[in-house]
Design a protein. Sequence first.
Length: 374
Amino acid sequence: MILSIVTILLVLNSLWIYKAYRRKIHIWFPAYVMGALSGKRHKRGLRHIMFMFVDHFEAPLGEEMIGPRRIADWVDKYPKIVKSHRDSDGICPRHTWFYAAEKFDIDRRQAEEEFSAVSGLCSQGFGEIEFHLHHKDDTPASLKDKIEKGLKAFNRKAFAFIHGGWALDNSIKGCCGVNNELEILKDAGCFADFTFPAFSFAAQPKKINSIYYAKDDPDKPKSYDTGVDVEVGKAASGDLMIVEGPLTIDWKNWKHVFYPKMEFGDISKEGPPTPGRIDQWIKCNIHVKGRPEWVFVKIYCHGCYDSTMQVVFGDKIQEMFGYLEDKYNDGVNYKLHYVTTREAYNIIKAAEAGLAGNPGEYRDYMVKQYTNEE
């Protein structure tokens, strides 16, 4: 009997190790353990929550363009979802649509129509558009050309970035090709990358739940694996700022019975937002070093997948905003700020410069509102 129990436990343990390896948990687990052992504590007193909802705004696999129906749903339904919600600054939830720039090469007319429709939402104060790009087998020269063409289509000089397929800086074979991508992005006007976390992908950095500067090594891929934390009173370093979303283990959720749930901020049909998940995002305590009272939360979705749209336009998102405003906007312990990625970057830079007080005052601190969305 004892032997049988031991055998079962060994088998389960082996299955867990195998599953953890396949999901690339070994990449970031040491950082998770070190964070837990460090006894990282939340700052007492008033804390400001900067809440970002970023969207890998691309066509579903197998389709070239997003399509008029999905765009029409966003234009019609999204304002109705957010119009009744407000943060401590009186601002409604702010979405950031990372539009796939390569779509302009596939069908320029359709891409311009899609971009224009979303720009209309931006001009009403519902969010901003940022730069998303899928590319592979590129050289530095061909990547620079693609970015330059994309920025012309966006009418943009400064931009935030999310890499298609998670493969920033050639971190996944066959999905990029350029080892000095961080340098290229910086030179092109990119102020920060918002790709990560990339749970279950080799692209996932070793460093988690952080805001940091990565230094490019043009001879090696995945230069962002480690970096220097953005810190109050310290000068910027490296080549590109990396702004991560939450990545942790939810020890309270044993949905899979034999192992706890991994939390990585993905909003989908399989992972709708819940109060428990929201609390986990806050607990990750992502902040500029030296300014722990300003907490940054970045969640993401693929907002043009039909299954995801059912969640984004459904009751669960309404409940998410309601929970945030009830629990994390009481004015005593918390103040909530709905921000775009551009606004989050500006607030991060304000913290780095030693500014304090209400972070909502620094939404336009460095990078101003984009003219194509006014």
